[in-house]
Design a protein. Sequence first.
Length: 319
Amino acid sequence: MSSNVVGSARRFLIDVLRVYTALLKVLVPALIVVKILDELGATVWLGHLLAPLMQLLGLPPELGIAWAATLLTNIFTGLVVFFEIASGMSLSVEQITVFSALLLIGHSIPVEGAVARRAGVPWWATIVLRLGGALLFALLLGACYRLVGDDPRPAELVWRPEPAAPGLAGWLVNQLEALVMIFLIILALMALLAVLRRMGIERVIHIALSPLLRMLGIGRAAANVTVIGATLGLTYGAGLLIRDVDSGVMGKRDSVLALCFLGLCHSVIEDTLLILLLGADLWAVLWGRLLFAVVVIATMARWPGHWLPTRLGKSSIGS
């Protein structure tokens, strides 16, 4: 009996390390590239490039720098930059909500794009989906506000994030802490999935999600990773997705559609809470984002010609 328990625990840990190692091979090079780009001034250059788009959306052009920082790093860093450049600005709830739409979909492109590529979505698709989706979602929110009436109320900032420790040493410590946290979360997630599978609850989750997955054109095999990615983050969902695709549990079409959905709507708990600190409209950034993602992915899944698996499915899975 004890030998069976030890053997099961060993296999479980090997499985966890396999998932984590596959992510590390993608995350570490991507993080280094992002740091080099930032040191070379890519954030400032990209911010100037995005300034006209900010004006198109009715936002101050200076916010292009904040979105650029978010695109290259993450939402938290983008918020730090936002508070640095927008301290003297008077922004309405409508403007903050439209700007938040950009941050929620368009962030962490180098890192999350690298993870998505490993799991089955090529770079060009990630860039088009995340940048195009962010701009389209922001434009639609702006149009909705104009349709129902502008919201001139000034946004109320709830909290200001502390900037990260300066210098290379501070950056290394932050990245190591993040990588350790990712391992612990993957360990906990996979343990939870094993318990749910053992108790038969996993099957109940699949049945409950079947209507939504059918609407998205995604098979039931992607139910777990879709829930995990949507609630906790694309990196965690994609890490488990890589395992399922490599083992043959999930097909290429399901993996691509699941990743595209997560590209538009992931980490709805943490990211939404961060955005609410800016004073954004909860209904727009949470339910509006979910509805937008469902409509876009359902449309992609039903696009004439069955082009999705052959065009997007060419990836580095298994490489």
